[in-house]
Design a protein. Structure first.
Length: 299
């Protein structure tokens, strides 16, 4: 899923050129028509943004050695909530040709090729509630949206994901936390500044969501809950996986550099220099970043 940042929480000033939204249902911010209003982070657009999303996909797939961990069997219906470029959903279409795979996101997929015949895209906002009947999917999957959605929405969101999961079906959540080790001083500073910036905007920059996945699944009434944490290398020392993941991190932090620098009254060049030092530190120290995967079954 692209890094869509939702305006949330009191006291947050709008970025230059943004109007201040008003409070809507479910904690989302809504405009006059009642639709949740968002602004997109200034990440590279078009195909380059699709490539950035695919970096996430391939790096995580290589670390997990799979596209999912839940024991889903042979599902007949699959939902990818926050499907981004659609790569994960397309691969599940190939793996389960008998299944209907639905990808949901705020913006349409920018197609580079025709989607598989068993794929269907639904344009919707996760904060507005899922536009599906209760028990619609045998497998519901969501990953890497913790820095895109307000912290306060998560209990309701996971309950809604569980609602559309069929009895006996599985819900799997995947998130990255704030754990990165061993981390040099520049790396620690980058994560600290970025985390504070996100938190000031009502978003998770401290790994709170990754640390609460089991709790959310329990609150949603799921059973047979399992969780694991996997280490992913950052930098060339980790081979192609490490290169992919570090590139994705640097792209994201670079896109944030102007706003983070403005927030903390730093020269943007100073933050960019920190990113360059971070790249060296990750290679020299053999730094790892950690992902948390949690899944549960609907009774």
């Amino acid at each position: 899923m692209p890094w869509w940042f939702f305006k949330h929480g009191g006291g947050n000033e709008p970025e230059p050129g943004e109007s201040q939204p008003v409070e809507g249902a479910g904690g989302a911010r809504s405009g006059p028509a009642g639709q949740s209003r968002t602004y997109r982070l200034s990440l590279p657009g078009g195909l380059r943004e699709i490539d950035r999303q695919d970096l996430q996909h391939y790096a995580l797939k290589a670390v997990l050695r799979a596209n999912y961990l839940a024991p889903i069997g042979k599902p007949g219906s699959i939902l990818d909530a926050g499907c981004g470029s659609g790569q994960w959903a397309y691969e599940l279409c190939q793996q389960f040709p008998q299944a209907t795979v639905v990808g949901l996101d705020l913006e349409p997929i920018q197609q580079r090729a025709a989607p598989p015949p068993n794929f269907r895209f639904v344009r919707a906002n996760l904060l507005d509630g899922l536009p599906f009947a209760t028990g619609s999917f045998d497998f519901v999957h969501q990953r890497l949206v913790a820095r895109s959605l307000p912290i306060t929405c998560w209990t309701v969101l996971v309950k809604d994901l569980a609602r559309v999961t069929a009895p006996g079906g599985w819900l799997e959540l995947v998130e990255g936390g704030a754990q990165i080790a061993p981390a040099g001083p520049a790396t620690q500073e980058v994560f600290s500044l970025t985390g504070q910036y996100l938190l000031a905007r009502g978003l998770d920059g401290q790994g709170l969501i990754a640390g609460s996945l089991v709790h959310y699944l329990e609150e949603a009434g799921l059973s047979a809950i399992e969780q694991c944490t996997v280490a992913a290398p950052l930098g060339g020392w980790g081979g192609p996986i490490g290169l992919l993941l570090l590139q994705e991190f640097l792209e994201t932090f670079l896109a944030l550099s102007e706003r983070v620098a403005r927030r903390f009254q730093l020269p943007q060049e100073a933050f960019v220099a920190l990113l360059q030092s971070m790249q060296r530190e990750c290679n020299d120290l053999h730094t790892n970043y950690y992902f948390t995967i949690a899944y549960g079954q609907k009774p």
